[in-house]
Write a protein that binds this ligand. Structure first.
Ligand code: FEO
Length: 165
C-alpha cells in the first residue's frame, strides 16, 4: 500500500509494526501481510476525526484495498488447495465472511452511512492480527510438516511452489 504519512495526530499509539513473529516463512505471503498492516496504519493515519476528510480519503482507497485483500486470500487459498491442507474449508469461510464484512462497510460508507475511520481501523487491525496468529499459522505449520529439504537447505513444497526462507 502507499507510503505512510509522518504527521500522526490522533492514533499514533495504535500503529502496528511488522514483527518476525508474524512471519509465515513464505516471502510472498509475508509481503502481503505487511501490505495489510500498512493499510491499517494508513487508516489510523487518516483518522483525523473530521468525517468529511475521512470519507474523501476512504473513498479513494477502499476499492484498491478490497482488491488487495481478495488477492491475498486467493494466494493463500491456492496454496492450501494445492497442498490439500485439511483446514482449507474453515479458512476459506473465514476469508469469505471477512471480505463480505469489508465490502458491506465500504458500501455503507459510500451510500452516506456514518463514517468513523478509527473504528474501522481497529476492526481491521484486530481481525488481521488474530487471523494471522491463529488461522494462517495453522497452514504455515502444516506446510513446514509436509515440506522437504532441498540440497540448498531450503524447505520446499514442490506442488505449490512454496519455498521457505
Ligand atoms: Fe493471511 Fe488467511 O489471511
Amino acid at each position: 500500500m502507499g507510503k505512510l504519512k509522518s504527521n500522526t495526530v490522533i492514533a499514533s499509539g495504535n500503529y502496528v509494526n511488522w514483527s518476525d513473529s508474524y512471519s509465515m516463512g513464505i516471502k510472498l505471503i509475508d509481503d502481503q501481510h505487511k501490505g495489510l498492516l500498512n493499510f491499517v496504519n494508513e487508516l489510523f493515519d487518516h483518522a483525523t476525526g473530521n468525517e468529511e476528510e475521512e470519507r474523501a480519503w476512504f473513498k479513494g482507497v477502499i476499492q484498491y484495498a478490497v482488491r488487495y485483500i481478495r488477492e491475498h486470500f486467493t494466494t493463500e487459498e491456492k496454496l492450501m488447495k494445492a497442498t490439500s491442507f485439511p483446514g482449507y474449508a474453515e479458512h476459506k469461510k473465514a476469508h469469505d465472511e471477512f471480505t463480505l464484512t469489508v465490502v458491506k462497510c465500504a458500501k455503507d460508507f459510500e451510500s452516506g452511512g456514518r463514517m468513523v475511520l478509527v473504528k474501522f481501523a481497529h476492526f481491521l487491525k484486530n481481525w488481521v492480527l488474530t487471523h494471522v496468529a491463529v488461522m494462517d499459522r495453522q497452514y504455515s505449520d502444516y506446510f513446514r510438516r509436509i515440506a522437504t529439504r532441498k540440497a540448498d537447505g531450503k524447505l520446499t513444497i514442490t506442488a505449490a511452489d512454496v519455498v521457505y526462507t
